[in-house]
Structures are given as structure tokens and as C-alpha cells.
Design a protein around this ligand. Structure first.
Ligand SMILES: Cc1cc2nc3c(=O)[nH]c(=O)nc-3n(C[C@H](O)[C@H](O)[C@H](O)COP(=O)(O)O)c2cc1C
Length: 179
């Protein structure tokens, strides 16, 4: 299935994840470029949309959108991307490397709420949502350690073990079925 990975990342984890996905699927990848890329303004929901992509999303059967979650919300660069391109997207897969765990996905800052918002905004085009919580790469004694969690970013050294198993399952879903 002709696929493009489109991502936004501030600290690098989602860039890394997007790169792994594009590498595994041997597909195109492009970064979302916000017109105003100022983190503090994003947190106040002040933003000016995104620059047009170089690639044409309508030429792909599937768009995989990848980016972080802040304050339990769909972040402005991802929201702007969806608003701008939803009519032209055929199928959307939403992926995030985030802070919230699978157990807490439906709490106030959980990724489950963001997934539901993406599904709603894309009118049935979102066929799959997948989270890769950063705790998956933390040792057991650091899983509750906020400092360790904020300082940890995905890379070749820590993308091993449980997260790799989840990742391989995700890639299998994307390559074996109709997703
Ligand atoms: C200000 C801020 C708020 C955050 N809020 C949430 C949140 O509500 N839920 C969540 O799952 N993760 C939250 N996170 C964690 C990020 O989603 C996580 O660190 C992500 O991997 C960062 O991606 P990046 O390295 O691609 O920028 C937050 C991070 C920051 C910096």
C-alpha cells in the first residue's frame, strides 16, 4: 500500500519513531513545518497553521501521522495538518510516542482521548491509532520517575525489548491486513 509518514517532533522521539516506521515500510517521510514553531505559544493554543507539504497526500493510499501529546490535547501542528489535509487523505493511521501509559490512556492526560478526537476529526478515515509510551524504554525502577521520563527520548540504544515487540506487532498490522 503506497504510504507516507508525516511527523512533528519537538524533542526527537516522534522523529525517531516516524523514521523507524518509514524505514520498516520503505515508504516516503516528510516533516510537518508549522508556520510559527514556538512551543510556549502552542501550549496557549496560539498557532498559525502549517506550511504545505512537499508531497501530495492524495497520491498515497495511507498517511501515517506521528507526533507527541501535550496536556492531554491534540497538539496544534497535528491539528492543523488534519484540518488542512483531511479531505485529501485516503486512510489515516495516527501514531504517538507519548508520556501516558496504556493503563492511563483514558485519564485526563491520556492518549485515548486524543485518539478519539483524531477519529472524530477525520470522519471515519482514521483506521488505526497506536501509542508507544516512553515508559516502555525505562527500566522498572525509573517508570514512576518524572525526571527520567522527561529526559528520555527514543534512540537506537533504548529502542529495544518491549517497545520493539510492540513496534513489530504494529508493523505487522500495517503490512499484513487492510490497514
Ligand atoms: C509540556 C508537555 C506536556 C505533556 N503532556 C502529555 C500528556 O498530556 N499526555 C501524554 O501522554 N504525554 C505528555 N507529554 C509527553 C510527550 O508526549 C512525550 O514526551 C513525547 O514523547 C515527546 O515527543 P517528541 O520527543 O517527539 O517531542 C508531555 C510533554 C510535555 C513537554
Amino acid at each position: 500500500m503506497k504510504t507516507i509518514v508525516v511527523f512533528y517532533s519537538r524533542k526527537g522521539s516522534n522523529k525517531y519513531l516516524a523514521g523507524r516506521i518509514a524505514g520498516s515500510l520503505s515508504c516516503d517521510i516528510e516533516e510537518i513545518r508549522p508556520r510559527l514553531n514556538i512551543f510556549l505559544l502552542f501550549l496557549m493554543n496560539i498557532h498559525l497553521g502549517v506550511w504545505p507539504l512537499k508531497k501530495r497526500v492524495e497520491e498515497y493510499e495511507r498517511v501515517i501521522l506521528c507526533g507527541p501529546i501535550w496536556m492531554g490535547r491534540l497538539i496544534p501542528p497535528l491539528r492543523s495538518f488534519i484540518k488542512k489535509y483531511t479531505q485529501r487523505i485516503n486512510k489515516l493511521v495516527f501514531v504517538t510516542c507519548c508520556g501516558s501509559t496504556y493503563e492511563k490512556k483514558d485519564e485526563k492526560f491520556g492518549h485515548g482521548l486524543v485518539f478519539r478526537e483524531v477519529e472524530k476529526m477525520t470522519n471515519g478515515k482514521c483506521i488505526l491509532c497506536q501509542a508507544f509510551p516512553i515508559v516502555l524504554v525505562l527500566p522498572d525502577d525509573k517508570k514512576e520517575d518524572t525526571d527520567a521520563f522527561m529526559k528520555t527520548h527514543l534512540n537506537n540504544e533504548n529502542f529495544k525489548g518491549v517497545i520493539e515487540v510492540h513496534f513489530e506487532g504494529f508493523i505487522k498490522t500495517l503490512t499484513s491486513g487492510d490497514k
